[in-house]
Design a protein around this ligand. Structure first.
Ligand code: BV8
Ligand code: ZN
Length: 244
């Protein structure tokens, strides 16, 4: 099928869908100038995930881990949502049962206006106390290293799900509910290698949803989705919304 017709097919399905769900990864923020994880300019280039985004790394060297997050916070502080984030807000406005699951911790979906969302890997602008477990928003740039809890004085950590840590139970429950009830899932800008999110497309597919993928490249999910649209999210998402 010519690219235009696959775009038309997804647009029609989107217009007819009752329960729309979107799953996003770092690729949707790439168009806002945020480095992806595994791409050429990925965050992981300078660092190795297992050295930093793990509880062991934080226990071993909390200063190094906070310096890495501080560097990312400084980078993200100047970034804005792009047309793809805004298109997803428009989808939420059009569909009362809409839900967004994002793997991104950059907060750009919230900044764009998304409210029906699960930030399943956490949010870089939130901190959690290692003592009393209080979770607070903290937008200090730079953040003091090492930050301590105002309530109990214990060390704060990023409120982010690290490798080897389980996702929050309520997020997993919400994902399971929406994946089983959606009739259309859009998977945007994820390499599909990190679990459990990497398994979400097949859960929706098994539940009978129409699944479309937007990515620059083929991914491990490309063989199971109904349509793969190759291109930049900031270009393709607005085209899917255009009623003409
Ligand atoms: C858990 C926070 C269990 C850190 C992150 C099964 C097999 C093997 C391993 C596992 C498994 N199950 C669990 C694991 C372990 C691990 C895992 O999956 N490892 C992988 C590497 C194999 N999973 C976990 O540890 C998870 N926990 O399963 O717990 C458990 C149960 C009980 C008790 C204990 C444990 C936790 C996973 C969360 C890890 N945290 N982030 C931080 O960010 O600081 S993951 C990290 O990767 C980011 O959150 C990111 O969102 C995520 C996924 O990456 P992507 O978003 O896909 O980004 P990526 O750069 O990879 O790809 C970008 C894509 O965009 C590319 O495809 C590119 O082509 C495309 N693109 C680029 N530009 C554009 C574009 N597309 C469109 N337009 C563009 N302009
Ligand atoms: Zn505390």
């Amino acid at each position: 099928m010519a690219p235009g017709s696959t775009l038309e097919l997804v647009r029609q399905r989107l217009a007819a869908a009752r329960n729309i769900m979107v799953l996003t990864g770092a690729g949707i923020s790439a168009d806002s100038g945020v480095p992806t994880f595994r791409g050429a300019d990925g965050f992981w280039r300078q660092y190795r995930a297992e050295d930093l985004a793990t509880p062991d790394a934080f226990a071993r060297d909390p200063k190094l881990v906070w310096e890495w997050y501080n560097w990312r916070r400084e980078l993200l502080a100047m970034k804005q949502p792009n047309a793809a984030h805004l298109g997803i807000v428009e989808l939420e406005r059009r569909s009362p049962t809409f839900w967004l699951i994002t793997q991104n911790v950059d907060g750009l979906h919230r900044d764009a206006g998304s409210r029906n969302l699960s930030e399943i890997h956490g949010n870089i602008w939130k901190v959690r106390c290692t003592g009393c477990h209080a979770v607070d928003e903290n937008r200090d740039v730079p953040i003091s290293i090492l930050p301590s809890c105002l309530q109990c004085g214990s060390l704060l950590r990023p409120h982010i799900v690290w490798f080897g840590e389980s996702l929050l139970a309520e997020d997993l429950q919400q994902c399971s509910t929406v994946l089983r009830s959606c009739d259309l899932l859009l998977v945007i800008g994820t390499s599909g290698v990190v679990y459990p999110a990497a398994g979400f497309a097949s859960v929706a597919k098994d539940a009978g949803a129409f699944v479309a993928e937007i990515n620059l490249d083929p991914t491990p999910q490309s063989s199971l989705v109904d349509v793969s649209l190759q291109g930049r999210a900031k270009d393709l998402v607005p085209l899917l919304l255009d009623p003409t």
